[in-house]
Design a protein around this ligand. Structure first.
Ligand SMILES: C[S@@+](CC[C@H](N)C(=O)[O-])C[C@H]1O[C@@H](n2cnc3c(N)ncnc32)[C@H](O)[C@@H]1O
Length: 285
């Protein structure tokens, strides 16, 4: 089959954020706070020898999750430096406003924004021979977008201090939504190629790096998607990473995706849910 010629979600960052907001509105998470509170205690920071905790955040979008993580970090120590890498301008200004608000109660919080993809950031820091090191690298649902996951992980690994950690929080590819993602990403005729948690683990195993896995439950309400409501269209577009997937894709492909969704869906009260569990990998040196 020839490569499908579809309008990609990533080519329209404004629509990307609108579709992602809809996806989040229908996503029900359990245990984000408890898990990330624990993770924030997993890197070493010695306040008798070091001035501030250094955090690198890749792909925070508007930063709703990341601001919670920063609050936990600020409980460990009042001086925190954060470097943020996010390519979307609107998302950057939103997250920056959140950081400005947090700084009012935490004056020793410092932050710097790079409006770039991580790939662009890597290229620039190699050119400038930037040797900054971080205690904690936070990648929540962002490593999907690395062209070369081995290169991205190698660069992150160089960027952490000897007792630092890199944390990636992604969809578990064995959950229903994860299976839907993987089905397309691994199909060579589909125009979207994204990384998965499985791909990350393969790299870590090849490299022999230490890592720990954590899981938490999440479910996506797909009732509106199956009822063909406009809000459901946004959720479907985010899952498929294609603008207006239902109308843009060939009917046979749309039917195949809907049949897969119907096979996996679970009725919970009057809602139709897909499991969308998260797999979190904590990488250390
Ligand atoms: C699924 S959203 C996750 C946002 C946020 N971390 C959260 O959990 O709500 C992915 C984010 O990664 C950003 N992104 C996309 N490609 C990227 C890249 N190559 N490098 C860094 N960030 C990227 C997008 O702009 C978007 O804000």
């Amino acid at each position: 089959m020839a490569m499908l010629n579809l309008p990609l979600l990533g080519s329209d960052l404004t629509y990307y954020q609108i579709a992602f907001d809809a996806y989040k509105r229908h996503m029900y998470h359990e245990g984000f706070e408890d898990m990330w509170k624990d993770i924030c205690g997993m890197f070493t920071f010695d306040d008798s020898k070091e001035d501030e905790i250094c955090v690198l955040i890749v792909g925070p979008g508007k930063g709703e999750n990341e601001i919670k993580v920063l609050n936990f970090v600020l409980k460990r120590h009042s001086s925190v430096y954060v470097r943020v890498i996010e390519p979307d301008k609107t998302a950057v200004s939103h997250f920056k406003e959140e950081c400005d608000r947090l700084k009012k109660t935490h004056p020793n919080l410092r932050y710097e924004f790079f409006m770039n993809t991580f790939q662009e950031y890597i290229a620039k820091s190699r050119q400038s021979e930037d040797e900054s090191k971080f205690h904690f690298v936070v990648c929540i649902a962002s490593l999907y977008y690395m062209d070369d996951i081995t290169d991205a992980l190698e660069h992150l690994h160089i960027m952490i201090k000897s007792t630092g950690i890199i944390v990636s929080d992604m969809i578990d590819h064995t959950s229903s939504v994860g299976k839907l993602f993987i089905k397309q990403w691994e199909d060579e005729t589909y125009p979207v190629t994204l990384q998965s948690g499985k791909g990350i683990k393969d790299v870590l195993q090849r490299k022999g790096w230490q890592f720990e896995l954590k899981y938490r439950r999440a479910e996506l309400d797909v009732s509106l998607l199956l009822d063909n409501e406009p809000e459901g269209t946004l959720v479907l577009d985010f899952i498929m990473h294609v603008v207006n997937f239902r109308h843009a894709a060939p009917k046979t492909y749309v039917d195949e995706i809907f049949s897969l969704i119907w096979q996996m869906v679970e009725n919970v009260g009057d809602k139709k849910m897909l499991s969308a569990n998260r797999e979190v990998v904590v990488i250390s040196k």
